[in-house]
Design a protein around this ligand. Structure first.
Ligand code: ADP
Ligand code: ZN
Length: 730
């Protein structure tokens, strides 16, 4: 006998779907995309129906029940999730789980659907007694129907009157589902309507015609800060909504982009467009409600961070990815997807254009625009003709520096303070990857195979490449200049803050890094103080390069540029260029003519000279041969395999065996390592990595498809994480 069978995704670390018989009674209502209760092992859990088919069900268990009245995943979204699970080699059940708001993952969700009483006129001929009742009835008749929240805005205590009006049959009360809306009580911000300039117009026209064609195309909007990119997004989205379709806007982090959200609200809310904002600051209830509202097609624009790429919009007409170069689009653990890349996949699947925007595009996107895979749209002038700041490189080899600050910079800070202007100092020591540098000639030590900076391991006093495991001893003298001043680099923001306090005792100094912003709202507080000019000098890590404009800043200093430049990663040049260009752009936004100093032992490095000129194309031309020669993305493809476990020896041995097995089937895929990760111990686990490198994706694919059988042979105590297109390889 043939039965209806559901193929169900379950949140377990296994790649397959699980099949269940759909009981007779549920057959009419059990649809693809629905949440179901299922028996799993000895427990009951939640699953998602990804497919329904006819077949033999003899050995299958029954679905226990449906958890909602309607599907919460549509077929487009399921296609995207399946694609992503396959591409990123991640179990489909966990992929679905990551994509959904947490409230939908548990069977007994703690999040309740809220309801609101809504009143409709029933019999208008009834004349109630008392002025309150009369006014209230008149109000509801005029509105045709009104919810309690809306009524309370006009009548402070309406309960008794409402009750009475229902009793006498003048009103009818229904309970309607309510969406928790973080904006409900905010006023719509004010919009300024702008006439686009020629470059903006050209960009909008290109995007709009793709929207009208219902066809995929990828665009790279390359525009310096303040060149009017956001205005291009707004106009393109407007065109998209006119065709009756919806728009999805991805931003790196909502808390850093309040201006963008408020400009979208200002432009669209007055036209009756509903905007949903998805971010980590939402309560579970708000997230759940936003999701349901989107599923029901009541939202036209979704603005959100990384995971918003999975927003269940049915009828997508345009995807925008703002600040597309940001590494926060890549999820760092669990299901390690890249939302920027998935945006392009989703655009292809749903036949809509994708607009990537940045002042400092990722090397990969710029490369694709040079190859013609993305259409490049350029805005090369600031709208309010503010001059780009003057950037000067300070050569630390020629300076006597006691601490982090050169005398040139100290004097410049002094001057800025005297003129009551604000100062921004960037000291970027991301992660902990100490390296050695010759203070006489600026030489640092690179892997002869991989060209990345060798990491200094203090305990064993050795230099190591964490890509290929090349090891070298610490040299006595510099092999280039024979100098003896070889020093580990590494003072942090905290020490710099102390140094500044001594030098400028009367200045108001604040620090912004992971330590000072871990509490909720701490980041916003520093930003607000900076805006209100309650801070004279702000010191920080790369965080300070992002988000708000600070009109009061006239001086920007980049300290220890070498620690960014020598970060043990093939993208260190790209990151340096992008970070220094972005932070330089923060000087003198309002008045024009700000000043920027970059301190480095290697001021001749092209990432620095190009950042000083703010010349992306020149940077691109100089970076390209390096990527080509070594086969680094986007000229080649990488997958990082990270092994971790409690016992160091066991992890190392497992990784070594794994690597040997892989070599047998590698063909033209290069297998580097295993080598200890730079963060060799993380949260109590010992970590090793194997890097897979290939010229073409299909070869890499073939190897990845064979991983599953090898993973089964790993000891239970060793965990393997597969990171496809890795960004952070610490
Ligand atoms: P970006 O997103 O590239 O940093 P914005 O879109 O925020 O640039 O534009 C910078 C400033 O210029 C904003 O204050 C914006 O209102 C203004 N602006 C943008 N386009 C125009 C235009 N066509 N005419 C006048 N002002 C504009
Ligand atoms: Zn190497």
């Amino acid at each position: 006998m043939s039965d209806s069978i559901a193929d169900v995704a379950v949140n377990v670390p296994l790649k397959q779907l699980f099949s269940y018989r759909i009981p007779e009674l549920l057959v009419p209502s059990a649809k693809v995309g629905m949440r179901v209760a299922i028996p799993f092992g000895r427990r009951q859990t939640v699953g998602f129906i990804l497919g329904v088919r006819k077949g033999q069900s003899d050995n299958l268990k029954d679905l226990k029940g449906l958890l909602d009245d309607e599907p919460i995943l549509n077929s487009d979204l399921i296609a995207l999730l399946r694609w992503a699970a396959d591409y990123y080699c991640h179990p489909i059940g966990q992929v679905v789980r990551t994509a959904l708001p947490s409230a939908l993952g548990h069977e007994k969700t703690t999040v309740k659907i809220q309801t609101e009483a809504v009143y409709k006129p029933l019999n208008q001929n009834l004349k109630p007694r008392g002025k309150t009742q009369q006014d209230l009835l008149q109000f509801i008749v005029q509105e045709q129907s009104a919810g309690l929240i809306r009524i309370r805005e006009n009548f402070p205590a309406p309960y008794a009157a409402l009750k009475r009006l229902v009793e006498i049959g003048a009103l009818q009360r229904n309970d309607q589902e309510l969406y928790r809306d973080p904006f409900r009580l905010d006023k719509t911000p004010e919009d300024q309507s702008l006439t686009l300039n020629n470059d903006q117009m050209k960009a909008v026209n290109c995007v709009s015609s793709a929207v009208l064609n219902h066809s995929f195309s990828g665009f790279l909007l390359y525009g310096v800060t303040g060149s009017g990119k956001t205005e291009v997004y707004l106009h393109s989205v407007d065109q998209c909504l006119l065709t009756g379709r919806q728009a999805l806007i991805l931003v790196p982090e909502i808390s850093l982009t309040p201006q963008l959200v408020s400009r979208f609200r200002a432009r669209f809310e007055q036209k009756g467009v509903r905007i949903a904002v998805l971010h980590s600051g939402l309560s579970a209830g708000e997230r759940y409600d936003a999701w349901r509202e989107i599923v029901r097609d009541q939202i036209q624009i979704v603005i959100g961070a990384r995971s918003a790429i999975f927003a269940p919009l049915q009828n997508l007409g345009l995807i925008v990815v703002d600040e597309e170069h940001e590494s926060s689009y890549k999820q760092g653990d669990g299901f390690r997807y890249n939302a920027r890349d998935l945006a392009l996949v989703r655009g292809q699947q749903q036949h809509c254009p994708v607009l990537l925007g940045s002042a400092t595009p990722s090397f990969a996107s710029y490369y694709r625009s040079e190859q013609g895979a993305l259409t490049r749209l350029t805005l090369d002038k600031r709208v309010h003709a503010g001059a780009l700041p003057q950037v000067e490189l300070i050569d630390l080899k020629e300076q006597v520096v006691d601490g982090e600050l050169s005398n040139i910079l100290i004097e410049a800070i002094q001057q800025a303070l005297e003129q009551q202007e604000q100062v921004l100092l960037l000291l970027n020591r991301r992660g902990f990857a100490p390296f050695l540098l010759c203070a006489d000639c600026g030489e640092s030590f690179h892997c002869p195979n991989c060209e990345i900076t060798l990491t200094y391991h203090q305990q064993k006093r050795e230099l190591r490449c964490h890509y290929c495991d090349y090891v070298d001893s610490v040299p006595e003298s510099c092999h280039k200049c024979r100098g003896l001043n070889i020093e580990p680099q590494g003072a942090g923001t905290e020490k710099l803050e102390e140094e500044l306090e001594k030098l400028f005792p009367s200045a108001r100094i604040k620090r912004m890094d992971r330590d000072t912003t871990s509490r909720k709202g701490a980041h916003q507080k520093i930003m607000a103080e900076m805006m209100a000019r309650k801070i004279d000098i702000l010191v920080g890590t790369q965080m300070i390069a992002k988000g708000h404009d600070f009109p009061g800043v006239s001086l920007v200093g980049v300290l220890a540029a070498d620690s960014t430049l020598n970060f043990p990663d093939f993208r260190s040049g790209e990151r340096s260029f992008s970070l220094f260009t972005q932070v330089a752009g923060r000087a003198g936004r309002a008045s024009g003519g700000g000043k920027v100093y970059i301190q480095s032992y290697n001021p001749e490095h092209y990432a620095l000279t190009c950042a000083a000129k703010q010349d992306y194309h020149d940077f691109y031309l100089q970076e390209l041969p390096f990527r080509q020669e070594l086969g680094y993305p986007p000229c080649g493809h990488l997958v990082n395999l990270v092994f971790s476990g409690n016992n160091n020896h066991q992890v190392q041995t497992a990784a070594m065996h794994f690597s040997r097995d892989l070599c047998d089937v590698a063909n033209s895929v290069e297998i580097l390592g295993p080598s200890p990760c730079p963060l060799a111990r993380l949260r109590g686990k010992n970590r090793y990595q194997i890097l897979l490198k290939a010229d073409a994706r299909p070869e890499l694919r073939r190897l990845l498809n064979r991983l599953d059988e090898k993973v089964k042979q790993l000891p239970k105590q060793v965990t393997l994480h597969i990171d496809v297109d890795p960004i952070d390889m610490l």
